[in-house]
Design a protein around this ligand. Structure first.
Ligand SMILES: Cc1cc2nc3c(=O)[nH]c(=O)nc-3n(C[C@H](O)[C@H](O)[C@H](O)COP(=O)(O)OP(=O)(O)OC[C@H]3O[C@@H](n4cnc5c(N)ncnc54)[C@H](O)[C@@H]3O)c2cc1C
Length: 270
């Protein structure tokens, strides 16, 4: 294989803030709600990678417009006299420019402004998004792709599986809180998926992820590992990939998508 075709690439995009409206709401599982957004502001939206995120801005009061910032020379500028909206990171699950639709899939967990907004969102409700401001492009040309995550990573993993070619092998490990959180994916690639649940956990930092990783067999050839989910779990997953399996750090992208007992966190493990 030509290793030049395996080089990851980083793109920067000019930041743009958009106010969108809910077009449709689809309950994908008891714990996951898809909100389809639309609006004139969506024109020109660009999301180059499954790993992208937008900054979602939710209004304080449902059905009102959030006080979105304007883009200044050094970043986002919020009006001083208005409450700043709660901002959280979400994956653009699907963008259809012809239909002017952007899907975002929300895990409905116990509390938090984004979850509350998604729980009660109805057609016509407003939300703001900023970004994506950058994209991390992992070539699809790898022989195998290891994708590991909890429910917050399902949108990114689902999007990745849809774009992988038939020749690719995907080894996927997803942890859901209950079996009802498992979703169907559509993919042309050769898919080996292990669903694990919280209840499999031994209580150790990694628990269910570790036993699943011990059960998997990585194919031969060039591969890339991507992982996202709760901070301490993904930190431990990455440690196992590096120390237990000997994967090259340059072939791993691991990110914390949320952290127990902390609001709005995002960290990447290097
Ligand atoms: C790059 C990136 C992409 C992401 N993509 C998605 C996505 O597509 N869909 C998605 O649902 N999430 C996604 N997330 C995760 C999401 O941003 C966080 O879960 C966020 O904290 C949710 O905001 P909130 O307002 O609901 O809760 P917060 O106000 O942030 O947190 C409130 C409380 O809930 C806890 N909490 C937060 N998230 C969870 C969770 N998932 N399960 C259990 N407890 C939780 C926190 O520890 C805190 O105690 C992504 C995160 C990142 C960094």
């Amino acid at each position: 294989m030509n290793t030049a075709s395996l080089k990851v690439e980083k793109l920067q995009h000019p930041i743009k803030v958009r106010t969108l409206q809910v077009k449709r709401v689809t309950q994908l599982s008891p714990s996951m709600r898809r909100i389809t957004l639309t609006g004139g502001d969506l024109a020109g939206f660009l999301s180059a990678s499954f790993d992208d995120h937008v900054k979602l801005m939710v209004p304080d009061v449902l059905a009102t417009k959030p006080n979105v910032p304007v883009v200044g020379p050094t970043g986002l500028i919020f009006a001083q006299d208005q409450p700043k909206p709660a901002m959280r990171d979400y994956t653009p699950r699907r963008y259809d420019p012809a239909a002017s639709e952007l899907d975002i899939d929300f895990v409905l967990h116990h509390a938090g402004p984004a979850t509350e907004w998604a729980k009660y969102a109805e057609p016509g409700h407003f939300v703001g998004i900023a970004g994506p401001r950058g994209s991390f492009l992992v070539p699809t040309a790898y022989d195998w792709h290891l994708l590991i995550g909890d429910e917050t990573a399902i949108p990114a993993i689902g999007r990745r599986l849809e774009e992988l070619p038939a020749a690719a092998k995907a080894i996927v490990i997803i942890k859901t809180e209950t079996d009802a959180g498992r979703l169907e994916f559509s993919s042309r690639c050769q898919l080996d998926i292990q669903w694990v649940s919280e209840t499999d956990s031994t209580g150790a930092a990694m628990g269910a992820f570790e036993s699943a990783m011990r059960n998997m067999t990585l194919p031969s050839g060039e591969g890339y590992a991507w992982a996202a989910g709760e901070y301490s779990e993904i930190k431990a997953v990455r440690q196992y990939l590096v120390e237990g399996l000997g994967l090259d750090k340059d072939r791993i992208r691991a990110a914390s998508y949320w952290r127990k007992a902390a609001a709005s966190t995002h960290e990447r493990f290097e």
